[in-house]
Ligand binder design. Sequence first.
Ligand SMILES: [Fe+2]
Length: 301
Amino acid sequence: MQASAPSAECATSQPSVVALPAPIGAEVRGIDVAAGVSEAQAQFLRDAVSEHSVIVLRGQDISPDQQLKFAQLLGEPRASFYNRYGVAERPELTIVSNLKREDGEALGIADAGMLWHTDASYLKTPDMYTVLYGIEIPHKDGKPVGDTVFSSAWSAYDALPPDMKQRIDGLRAVHSFSAHLEKKRAKGQLKRAPLTEEQKNALPDVDHPVVRRHPVNGRKCLFVTEGHTSEIVGLPAQEGVQLLELLTKHMTKPEFHYRHSWRKGDLIVWDNCAVQHLAIFDYGDIPRRLHRAGIYGPVPV
Ligand SMILES: [Fe+2]
């Protein structure tokens, strides 16, 4: 993991971590990102996300520049190929939103996360971390809606019976962005603009291990998703489909979940090897806006 230089105006407070009442997830307190993050605090954050898979910093008030600088503490941000949905002054940040621009076009990606997935698994080097910042959070009847649910990939792997672990050991699976869009289309979920030919050519299918080793803590994590995995390499199609259905259902069982209820000013970091996530679309046209940064990860092994 690369770390950027600490800010000259960095805060010096000692942060703390409070585990959430779930198998994964923790709140990190005592860091004001707008005031700058010291290298000691950055290491604290990296250790916390490695241990808890999802960390939440509440009550932040940051600019796109400050979010990007924070994301760089975890590695190199990946520029999204959906540059039409980038933040104007910081295209490394993608807008996730149901809002419209003045010309009537979508301001951001409006259909992100409707199927269980892990970010950018359709790339040879999927995102290691995602940094998502809540700017406008929808409410219904006084309560926040538009939750994000996370499911622990190492808990799911650990809970598999020994014969299944043996069966999937060494298998590889195909992750496909075009198959993902087709799944969304089939469910009537697709809201984004179609890919250009250039984007399609830049996104060939890739394959990854069905079980990958976490690059930091060495845990084994289940790495097939409802959203992006299309087949198991080398298995007859029907057998592969059945195995994928079984594994993706197991992967997303409630006992492996942390469900995040958003507040304005929440800054969340999650580990895309350790968790999969799902966006809950229960807010319709009530305005919602978040800014996302993805951080490059290694080739899964
Ligand atoms: Fe996502």
